[in-house]
Design a protein. Structure first.
Length: 582
């Protein structure tokens, strides 16, 4: 038995004889929960079968040349048998692993060009790396549920918190709401995830605690779990260290009851990106290291009950607020912290929240991080292996926070091009939590005779490597008027001297998130942005990125909209692109 990181323990490893078509070993598991078995194959991985204590376990979608399975086992002694009917077996390993949860099935992206995130997509890119799916109880997912359960997976149904805004709610009402959910009654589901609780004192906690205690003691729900989403730093007081209590109306009493019942706490840790790696490390220590220390003072063994919910929100409501930093590396650093910090030893699991707010690259990257830390048991950054840097350095001043610095603005268009500031604009774009980052932007007033073209030479590219360039644009005129239209704007982002990847380049029309308001703009009166993406393969160490308000796609370049129209843009992001299959 060998601990690989805080989450993964290798329980057995063996190499069959060269001619063997079967292998058997005994192993001792120190805890109940998820286990993983893999066999390297010379032949077809689909023709490998695994048996635990004589019971067949379903193999999973293949990753590389590995035949794999994940399943839940009680602590104690067990026997593994691996058999093949074609080829021969290579090395075999058994590991205790954490819960690795995908959230959530069929929640398609708010930028539709990234989707759909349907079963075909997640079966190919996500499911090989996770053991739990969070869904919404949609009966049309029945075949997906059956397929997943046949391969040892868990299926949890997300639901809202009953009584959130009702201080008179009763335990009977809460119990009825939770126990009638498909996650608690469908024969194949494994429980519910309740969204969301906040710490401190609230009258409703008495009803919530009684309801969860009744469910835990009811034999009809044996084997199912209630996962409370907790959106607070601490278990026993609010984020400002107020309203601390251990009484019947407290979050502390509720969480203690849930953990005693064996229910995981889905602890929300949505960390906002920082502009430098050093600041990112400090932020991670503060939001993960310092807060878990307080949890352990109240619940010394709490890591075994925590499903840490990180955030891969990168569109419409986004934690990816600094276009000069690579959010993929920031995500990696959070996983690495959890995998190495001793206070997280025995961690129950990890979830990234939530797919509708994530682009497809980030979704796939999170799945690869699940594997790197939660299956392979690694402790070093995956980013280092792939050559990703926290600050890629391909582009200067990507948010126009320092005026035109780094950008080429020809003299003959200077009167049409300005850098402006609007307090709250970055928040309207979706940068979260509220921040002043993104409040500066470039404006272009279109001229009928001369195109406005602002450009910058990209540096430090690696020929043959794939990159993405992104930008957010909008109408400055409509921002001032307080009324916006959902339309594709006459502004383009382009990269010259590269090989553009087909199918990955688009300009999407997307409204502000309902909770991100500015002036007249809110959930019912939306401000409509354009979201631009270009994915390209570098052919040399440099390339030219341009932003223009003329149409350069036709032989006769011409204005892309009416003369005098003023558009805006910022968040010009250039970084390595994580390709599918890596």
């Amino acid at each position: 038995m060998k601990r690989l990181n805080t989450m993964v323990v290798e329980l057995a490893r063996g190499v069959p004889n060269a001619s063997d078509e079967s292998f058997e070993c005994e192993f001792e598991s120190p805890r109940s929960g998820w286990h993983y078995v893999a066999c390297a194959c010379e032949g077809e991985s689909e023709r490998v079968e695994f048996f635990i204590d004589g019971r067949a376990v379903g193999t999973r979608p293949a990753f590389g040349l590995l035949a794999e399975a994940m399943f839940q086992l009680p602590a104690g002694s067990h026997t593994l048998a691996a058999r093949t009917t074609g080829g021969r077996l290579g090395h075999v390993c058994v590991r205790a692993v954490p819960e690795l949860a995908y959230c959530k099935h069929q929640y398609n992206p708010h930028i539709p060009e990234y989707g759909p995130y349907d079963w075909d997509f997640i079966a190919r890119t996500i499911l090989p790396h996770v053991n739990t799916v969070v869904g919404n109880g949609d009966p049309t997912h029945e075949e997906h549920l059956k397929w997943w359960k046949a391969r040892g997976g868990k299926w949890i149904v997300e639901t809202s918190l009953h009584g959130m805004n009702d201080e008179t709610v009763t335990a009977d009402e809460v119990w009825q709401s939770w126990t009638s959910n498909p996650g608690m009654v469908h024969p194949l589901t494994d429980g519910i995830m309740v969204d969301e609780f906040f710490s401190g004192r609230r009258p409703q906690y008495k009803a919530w605690t009684e309801a969860i205690s009744r469910i835990a003691s009811d034999k009809r729900f044996e084997g199912r779990k209630v996962y409370p989403y907790l959106g607070s730093h601490y278990p026993d007081m609010d984020d400002w260290k107020r309203n601390a209590s251990d009484g019947v109306d407290s979050s502390y009493r509720f969480l203690a009851t849930a953990m005693q019942a064996g229910y995981p706490i889905a602890w929300e840790r949505y960390l906002q990106e920082r502009h430098s790696k050093e600041c990112a490390e400090e932020h991670i220590q503060d939001r993960l290291g310092s807060t878990i220390a307080h949890w352990r003072r109240r619940f010394p063994d709490c890591a075994r009950s925590l499903l840490v919910c990180l955030g891969y929100m990168t569109i419409t409501e986004t934690l990816n607020i600094h276009p000069g930093a690579d959010y993929k590396v920031f995500m990696d650093m959070q996983f690495q912290f959890l995998a190495n910090h001793p206070d997280f030893e025995g961690l129950f699991g990890i979830l990234e929240y939530t797919s509708g707010y994530a682009d497809e690259e980030t979704l796939r990257w999170a799945a690869r991080l699940y594997r790197h830390y939660g299956i392979e048991g690694e402790t070093g950054l995956l980013s280092d292996r792939l050559g990703y840097s926290y600050v890629p350095g391909h582009l200067r001043n990507p948010d126009f926070a320092f005026g035109w610095e780094g950008w080429h603005v020809p003299v003959d268009i200077e009167e049409n091009v300005h850098v402006r500031h609007c307090e709250g604009f970055g928040h309207l774009q979706g940068r979260w939590p509220r921040t002043s980052v993104g409040d500066s932007f470039l404006t272009m007033k279109r001229d009928a005779k001369t195109p406005n073209v602002v450009s910058q030479r990209l540096k430090n590219l690696q020929p043959g490597r794939t990159y993405s360039a992104k930008m957010i644009s909008g109408s400055y005129d409509q921002l001032l008027a307080g009324k916006s239209e959902p339309e594709k704007l006459g502004i383009t982002l382009s990269v010259a001297g590269v090989d553009t990847i087909p199918g990955k380049t688009f300009q999407s029309v997307v409204g502000n998130n309902y909770s991100h308001e500015l002036g007249a703009f809110e959930g019912r009166n939306r401000y409509w942005f354009n979201y631009h993406q270009v994915v390209f393969r570098a052919t040399s160490p440099s390339a030219d990125l341009s932003i223009s308000d003329w149409d350069g796609s036709s032989p006769d370049t011409r204005p892309a909209g009416p003369s005098g129209e003023t558009l805006l843009c910022n968040f010009v992001e250039v970084q390595p692109y994580f390709e599918e299959g890596v």
